[in-house]
Design a protein. Structure first.
Length: 252
């Protein structure tokens, strides 16, 4: 039976125990360390019986308080702690709630929620207090902190979204930063539905980007942008003819 198999597993791993009506005693922290892989394996066996696919029992850890939806695959290197609902490969999730069909690849999520059919990672970082919607793309080297990101928004790479409220179907270009802190106080950024943020944009909070507005790449935005407007906030390009030839270093 299961108890016999579990007891044999303890013996195989050299774990000290006393069995009193199915209760195993732990004497000290050193003994608890020996129990840790056993308790983890017991939780994984329980999840397996519930229809969860576990690729590698030796590199997967699931906290006893965590729950995982049926049909989920736990890939190697996954760690789930606290009240986590679902999973991600090579990821660390703590008190995270993740919807059906969402993939979390080599990323970390803390005290936040992620909707269904959303893609997170690789190497994304969702910090506490964040709510990411459905069908959202949170790509590589993206950090989200204390922000709400609505359905259909794409934050594909190299972007920081902090203390922000982001509408639906917003597109973030590479290298966008919400500048939320002036060393004394933090401020919020509001980006309305269907806005298009060009690459290397700085949004100096507090600031609001109107619905459907466009921001030209390389802009630093300090004032609100009306809906459907194009905002350009950068110096005009100047080309100094023959400058390079006059300043070219002589070859040694």
């Amino acid at each position: 039976d299961e108890k016999f198999i579990f007891t044999a597993f303890l013996k195989d791993h050299g774990v000290p125990y006393t069995d009193r009506d199915g209760v195993y005693g732990v004497a000290d922290l050193q003994e608890m360390t020996s129990w840790q892989p056993v308790l983890s394996r017991a939780k994984l066996y329980e999840l397996s019986r519930q229809g969860i696919e576990i690729w590698d029992y030796n590199t997967t850890y699931v906290d006893p308080a965590a729950s995982v939806g049926a049909g989920t695959a736990l890939l190697p290197g996954t760690i789930l702690r606290g009240q986590t609902l679902q999973i991600g490969p090579n990821s660390y999730l703590e008190n995270a709630r993740v919807g059906d069909g969402t993939k979390v690849n080599a990323s970390q999520i803390y005290n936040s929620s992620v909707g269904y059919d959303t893609h997170v990672g690789p190497f994304a970082y969702i910090r506490p207090g964040s709510n990411v919607g459905n069908c959202v793309r949170v790509g590589d080297f993206v950090e989200i902190k204390n922000s709400n990101v609505s359905d259909g928004t794409k934050i594909s790479h190299l972007t920081y979204v902090g203390d922000s409220d982001v509408g639906k179907n917003v597109n973030f270009g590479c290298g966008t930063v919400t500048v939320n802190y002036d060393r004394a106080k933090k401020y919020r950024t509001v980006i309305e539905d269907s806005a298009f943020i060009g690459c290397n944009t700085n949004l100096i909070a507090p600031v609001r980007v109107g619905e459907g507005a466009y921001i030209a790449a390389g802009s630093t935005i300090t004032d609100d942008i009306p809906a459907m407007a194009l905002s350009i906030a950068r110096a005009r390009q100047q080309n100094k003819r023959d400058w390079a030839s006059k300043h070219k270093l002589k070859e040694k």
